[in-house]
Design a binder for this molecule. Sequence first.
Ligand SMILES: Nc1ncnc2c1ncn2[C@@H]1O[C@H](COP(=O)(O)OP(=O)(O)O)[C@@H](O)[C@H]1O
Ligand SMILES: [Mg+2]
Length: 462
Amino acid sequence: MARFSLTGGLFGRKGAKKAAPARSAEMTVLRPTTREPARGSGAPVLPRFNTTANDQLSPRRGDRFSVLRSKIRRAFTPSQPVADPRMFAGRQQILKTIISSIEDQRLHLVLYGERGIGKTSLLHMLAQAAHEARYIVVYTSCGANSNFDETFRAAAADIPLLFHSSYGPTTSEAEGGATLSDLLPSTPINPQQFSDLCTKLRGTRVLIMLDEFDRCESATFRRNIAELIKNLSDRLGRVQLLLAGVAGDLSEIVEHIPSIRRNILAIGLPRMTDAEVLQLVAQGERESGLTFEPAASKLVVSVAQGSPYIASLLSHHAALAALDDERTSVLAQDVAYAVDQAVEEFENRIARLSRSQVDALMEGGRAEDLALAGRVALSLNGAFAEKDLVATGEADEARARSIMKLLKDNDLIRPADLARPEAKTVSFVEEGLPTYFWISWTQKTLAAAPPQSPRTAAGSAG
Ligand SMILES: Nc1ncnc2c1ncn2[C@@H]1O[C@H](COP(=O)(O)OP(=O)(O)O)[C@@H](O)[C@H]1O
Ligand SMILES: [Mg+2]
């Protein structure tokens, strides 16, 4: 494998696309091989990083394509939340609502939504806005073993003692950099102790963000959080909590103490609108210096179905694919190639069902039906009913009924709302299934009718 192969990046192309012939000769010209053992010298050539740890391109890779490649990685970050406001698309109204409920109503916040919908990215933007307003922001990502003592001791360590009413900025303790955690006992703390401490705060406000709240397994932790919210609300504390995670588990904490409901704003983060997805692509274009042909952006929007994760993933792969072809213009065909890669990634995420079961279903002539159900589930944030299939205009009642039967007979769905069985809504048994069905079908249709582009024309001519 050539070290400087254009296909050798982290998101290598795995030979899914036919490489243009005689490319390697051109590539050698593009990428001078300083200090590289001569081909055929027998020395194994291992892949290297393109970028040094301080984000400088390594000098031997300082050609135009390396620069662009690293810009693409900054522009579309499907495996990381957005931290740079320039790359954050849409969500204006939700941010406004959250900010006003924090500052005007002093509510605590529960932000829920499926994985990849943009919760953490939104929290990052909110944290920056709060920082600007001089809030102290504590961000914690919960894990399976999160417990109250550790989490809130760490939070207290981020709050300088100078904001404690009994100390003030000129006391020796405050000047020595002490924090609220220095006032905590060495025995495990409880919600009462932490909220007592919070009521002593002056001259600042604190936002404590607990992200991935659904990952924590301890019921005691959840109960403690509910109790803390209640205490803080009763005493008009200067500390507000923001919990983010997957829906079901978050409603659970509100159930623990019904009286905290009025102190909480629960917001379900919806899928993005098409305009927001277009904005995501446009911002990435600006940052990367590549351009997406209108047909390419349109295809990203139609496949993403409002998921910023999928939009970012497709844009990322498509942009790198264009570069592999030595173009700075991204074509629909690059997006089609990106869909192939996305299918592979989603395949690997289907955990509970056997792959053979899923494949058998898809190949048994029902792929389109599954895709329709998948798309409807995605557009309704997971929970859907038979009538929603009809509402798309793509299925009549008979087909909708047969799709529901297919899903049920194969144990692909379960009741979505146990509290309201009469609503007859269902959700897929696995979060990844609707996306997988939808995107696999897209792949099939794109393979049957590949998007036309100059590259296809050039390829067939050569
Ligand atoms: N508003 C946004 N603008 C641009 N990209 C976004 C936005 N929200 C999410 N993304 C992208 O979507 C992916 C998932 O976002 P993330 O915030 O990690 O979701 P969650 O926390 O809900 O799982 C990330 O790749 C991120 O880059
Ligand atoms: Mg997240």
